[in-house]
Design a protein around this ligand. Sequence first.
Ligand code: 5GP
Ligand code: MN
Length: 331
Amino acid sequence: MIDFNKLKNILLENNSFLLTTHVNPDADAIGSEIALYEILKSSGKKEIYIINTSSTPYNLDFLDKEKIIRQYDKNKHSEIIKSADVLIGLDFNRSDRLTRMREDFLNSQKLKIIIDHHQDAEDFVNHSFVDPEYSSTGHIIYDFIKKTSITELTYSIAYPLYAAIMTDTGSFRFERTTPEIHFIAAELISKGVNPTEVYDKIYDQSRFSKIKLLGRAIETLQLYGKKQQISYMIIKQEDFQSLKAHEHDTDTFVNFNLSIEGVTIGLLFIELKEGFKVSLRSKGNIPVNKLAGEFGGGGHINAAGIRIHNGKMEDYIPVILKKSEEYSERN
Ligand code: 5GP
Ligand code: MN
């Protein structure tokens, strides 16, 4: 159980705040930051910064109406990070998810907290407000408002929360799509959020290069395992370069693996400028977070990721496929 009153006290008792989220942020990450920013603003707080290690993906930029999110620059932002009364990490609970910003975050002598819904939290903050039972970090923030009445649920808060919850539930189809989440969505819509508009902005305004990249990825689809129950795709640096596409363009690609009959684990291997990342998805009770954990990654039971900074993707692919087969047979 999250101690929401404690969180409320921390927010009300302090004056300056630094909000941040994980590398390659999604709508739950950005939406939760903006919602918390709005809560703090309506509580009379004046010094609120949002600084992220990655830039905001272009399809989520509309959530940042005031353009207050800054991309981390060590020279410019170390002082702010050092002097803020409270550092708040949203939608992650392992410090390596901060990549370049990790050191400044950890070095702060001020209060550090995490608000998150992932499993296997690392102990690197003063207070963790973490519960993996939640569909999204946005859902936690919604409950925080409801349970503490810290502020009214206004349109400006409902809007980013709707984006956060919609995307982290896979547009209301993943396992945590409960009656409760539909009631919450209904309430957010009743505050004026237009669900058609939010969906359209996030998913249906893709750059041409993204859809072309999807084509390249689909072209590489392969099945693996005795029952052909593993499906995977590979994207190389040359694909990004020749199409002028970006890592965050790949966000939803991994899901196509699971739309194949009989497939229970889907993998997407993405070559980065340095190292590579893997997105893992599963059906049923195959814990891809544990599978990812074997390679230093993590996430949720059905959605997880691995990021390896120094290592060759080609060397890891057969090893990760083999492990995936083991996991798919064990569960
Ligand atoms: P995605 O495949 O969409 O990047 O990530 C899926 C899930 O796994 C997300 O919930 C994300 O937070 C988590 N995840 C992705 N990459 C990593 C990683 O490198 N380390 C950890 N601990 N979690 C990750
Ligand atoms: Mn999330």
